[in-house]
Structures are given as C-alpha cells and as structure tokens.
Design a binder for this molecule. Structure first.
Ligand code: SIN
Length: 169
C-alpha cells in the first residue's frame, strides 16, 4: 500500500480522469465547500481572459461530497502539472460511506495569483459564458461537473444554481 494514495476530487477530477486510477469511491471531506472562485488561465480561459473554476473554501460545519481516486505515486507528476495554476496538494482525512483514509486534495488558496474570490452568481455566470481555453469551454466544465454530481446523487446548491443560469436562454 506504500505506493498508493487517495486523491479527493471535487471538480474536474470527479469526471475527467486522464491518468491511471486503481479504484474510485464516492467520498466526502469535512469543513470545506466548493466555489467557482479560482481563475483558470490554462484550461478554461486564457491569461488575458481567465475562466472561473472550482477551489475549496474553508466552511466549518459543511461537507463536500466528491470522489476519492486511488492512484500510484507516479501519477502526481501529471496531477501537479494539470493543477499547476495556483493549486497546492493538501493532506486531509477522506471519508467514505464505510470508513476513512488519509489522502490529498488540490486546493487553490486565497493568496494564489490566479484567485478571483467571491462574486455574484450573475457575474460568475457571465464570466463562465465568455471563457474558453485549451481544455474547452468554461460552460462545459460546469455542465460536465453538474451532470457527474447528479449521477452520483450529490447535491450542491452553488453548482446547480450556476448550471441552471447557464442553461437559461
Ligand atoms: C478537483 O477537481 O478536485 C480540483 C479542481 C479541478 O481541477 O477542477
């Protein structure tokens, strides 16, 4: 088990695994909430026109559901590169329906250069609508995630509110 690690995914890692994964489990972390508060210069936007992607914000009492991915340590080279625009690997306990394990997740903290922070849902949606980057449109990032959450029976008011507004008109 020495070489194996659990990675908690709450955003694109839930639905886009472009690396080898040994096992995937529905899981949650405590005290964090996902928010579209991180700028994306390299995936869903450009340096001149950043998109808005997810990071985790400390939220005492809240639970964030996602998926835990069991990977070999050599996968971190790929993951660190994929999440290079402001994200840091953080150690934390990951909870499963039937137990828990220590693992890591990628968090873009408030002091990183690409952090955008809070905005009204209207402004978040406007920015997402106009943004695209090498990985595709920012809208697809949201729609793919919302569908994946629904498939996993995970409720997330913030994500579903933004998704609903993107689908309007
Ligand atoms: C994650 O998916 O866990 C990190 C944020 C992202 O890449 O969307």
């Amino acid at each position: 088990m020495d070489d194996l690690h659990w990675v908690f995914g709450y955003g694109s890692l839930i639905w886009k695994q472009d690396f080898p994964v040994i096992e995937i489990r529905r899981a949650y972390i405590q005290g964090w909430a996902r928010r579209f508060w991180q700028g994306s210069h390299d995936h869903r936007g450009l340096p001149t026109d950043p998109g808005r992607v997810l990071t985790l914000i400390e939220s005492p009492g809240e639970i964030c559901w996602g998926r835990a991915l069991l990977v070999r340590s050599d996968v971190f080279e790929h993951l660190d590169y994929r999440e290079k625009n402001g994200y840091e690997r953080c150690n934390l306990p990951i909870h499963f329906e039937d137990g828990e394990a220590n693992g890591v997740t990628y968090i873009a903290p408030g002091n990183n250069a690409a952090f955008l922070g809070a905005a009204s849902n209207e402004n978040i949606v406007a920015q997402i609508r106009r943004s695209k980057g090498p990985s595709g449109t920012n809208t697809d990032y949201v729609l793919e995630l919302a569908q994946a959450l629904r498939n996993l029976n995970i409720e997330d008011t913030h994500v579903f509110e933004i998704e609903g507004r993107l689908k309007d008109d």
